[in-house]
Design a binder for this molecule. Structure first.
Ligand SMILES: Cc1cc2nc3c(=O)[nH]c(=O)nc-3n(C[C@H](O)[C@H](O)[C@H](O)COP(=O)(O)OP(=O)(O)OC[C@H]3O[C@@H](n4cnc5c(N)ncnc54)[C@H](O)[C@@H]3O)c2cc1C
Length: 381
């Protein structure tokens, strides 16, 4: 079914992005998976191709493109099975904090480097003892003259080994240890003394991603690196979640498209019982069901993208999308993998990567149980 939300400019951009994935990412991806990190040079190359922060204003070197360009980047990475090059985290999840809450001086200092790839972004909310329940985060920052002195640790931070600008959620009001009012956002430049990176964590999927620990020991962050206003950080985090979850759902839908595509190719070729796998009724019904689910997910998301771009508040709908599409994605990967038999269990078949990479989608960006709580709240329950 032709998707109506793309204009000619979007289609041209998709061809460029698709070619970039095929020629510059896929050939090197297994090496990056083995190193658990994408080389910094690739970020600079992505910058030269206009793939970093496409929505940034022209005065900083950006393209001032609409959100659909970002969507296309996410879709091409996910549908072609290379989501570990996590450009969307940089472009659509962390960069908007700078776009929305940084002052002019900060924007001038940071944004041009985010567009060239000299600045790689991360956001550090999660801590060893606090994930879903962010209100209780414990990393502290007390004011000392022109600096905040930060102490604490973060974990599971995407782009954690590469990032050189990290938006860190800290507690600036120690008298309010469990209140959202005491939370602020600081941009930590990673060469700041007292900042250190911990392990690049071993994961079951997203092998090319450098998901890491971070530590702050008397880390002196200049007050001029405060984003927005002190004590407003939790509000900023919540305001940004709509786009974060929408982007993750877009990635999930695109991965389901990719899993279906490689499976269709496979079942048309695989011979058994005097026919091809694709001619068996179970295969036909399975893939008919999968294709229906994929289509429904994508149609829902296309509608949400347009409404998001129009500035609508979509807490309920985006929570529905994040929860339903991520579960759909994993079910699709699971059912498609089954059709590959033993080959599906082999790393050399892309379907195995769709399966392991998809598992995290119902956990990060807010666990799906949290999404259901939000939906129920919006239903007045
Ligand atoms: C690969 C990866 C990348 C990540 N990248 C980042 C990043 O860049 N920055 C960052 O800050 N964090 C990141 N995270 C962390 C991620 O956002 C958290 O893992 C997630 O928010 C869940 O927190 P938690 O792991 O502490 O689980 P917990 O909060 O301990 O939750 C455990 C489980 O409890 C259940 N649960 C939670 N809340 C509720 C509820 N309200 N009602 C019912 N059940 C509930 C769910 O089943 C949930 O999975 C990443 C995680 C992974 C795995």
């Amino acid at each position: 079914m032709k998707r109506r939300i793309f204009n000619e400019g979007h289609e041209i951009f998709r061809s460029t992005m698709s070619k970039f994935v095929q020629t510059r990412i896929i050939p090197q991806y297994e090496e990056w998976e083995a190193r658990h990190c994408v080389p910094r040079e690739m970020w600079l190359e992505a910058g030269r191709e206009g793939l970093l922060c496409p929505t940034a204003e022209e005065k900083y070197g950006g393209l001032n493109a609409d959100f659909i360009y970002s969507m296309i980047i996410m879709e091409e990475l996910s549908s072609q099975g290379v989501p570990g090059f996590f450009l969307p985290l940089h472009n659509d999840i962390v960069f908007p904090y700078l776009q929305k809450y940084a002052n002019e001086e900060q924007k001038g200092r940071w944004i041009p480097g985010c567009i060239t790839g000299e600045n790689i972004l991360a956001v550090a909310m999660t801590e060893p003892d606090v994930g879903s329940d962010l209100v209780h985060l414990q990393t502290k920052a007390f004011r000392d003259g022109d600096h905040y002195v930060v102490n604490g640790s973060k974990t599971f931070i995407s782009n954690g080994q590469l990032a050189n600008l990290v938006v860190v959620a800290v507690r600036t009001d120690p008298d309010n240890p469990s209140s959202h009012k005491g939370i602020s956002l600081l941009v930590v430049e990673t060469e700041t003394p007292g900042f250190s990176r911990g392990r690049n964590l071993e994961k079951i999927g997203l092998q090319a991603q450098d998901t890491s620990e971070m530590f702050f020991e008397d880390c002196r962050v200049p007050v001029k690196n405060l984003l927005g206003r002190e004590g407003e950080g939790f509000k900023y985090l919540m305001e940004s979640l709509q786009q974060e979850r929408l982007v993750l759902a877009i990635g999930a839908a695109a991965a389901a498209v990719g899993a279906l595509r490689v499976t269709l190719d496979y079942v048309k070729e695989r011979k058994l019982f005097g026919t091809t796998l694709g001619k068996l009724q179970n295969t036909r019904f399975t893939l008919a069901e999968v294709a229906t689910q994929v289509q429904l997910g994508q149609t829902f998301l296309d509608e949400l993208v347009l409404r998001h771009m129009a500035g609508e508040r979509l807490v309920k709908e985006v929570s529905m999308a994040k929860y339903w599409v991520s579960e759909m994605q994993f079910e699709v990967a699971h059912r498609c993998l089954q059709l590959f038999g033993g080959y599906g269990y082999m790393k050399e078949y892309l379907i195995s990567r769709f399966f392991v990479d998809g598992r995290v989608q119902s956990i990060y960006g807010g666990a799906n149980e949290v999404m259901k709580e939000l939906i129920a709240r919006e239903l007045g329950l």
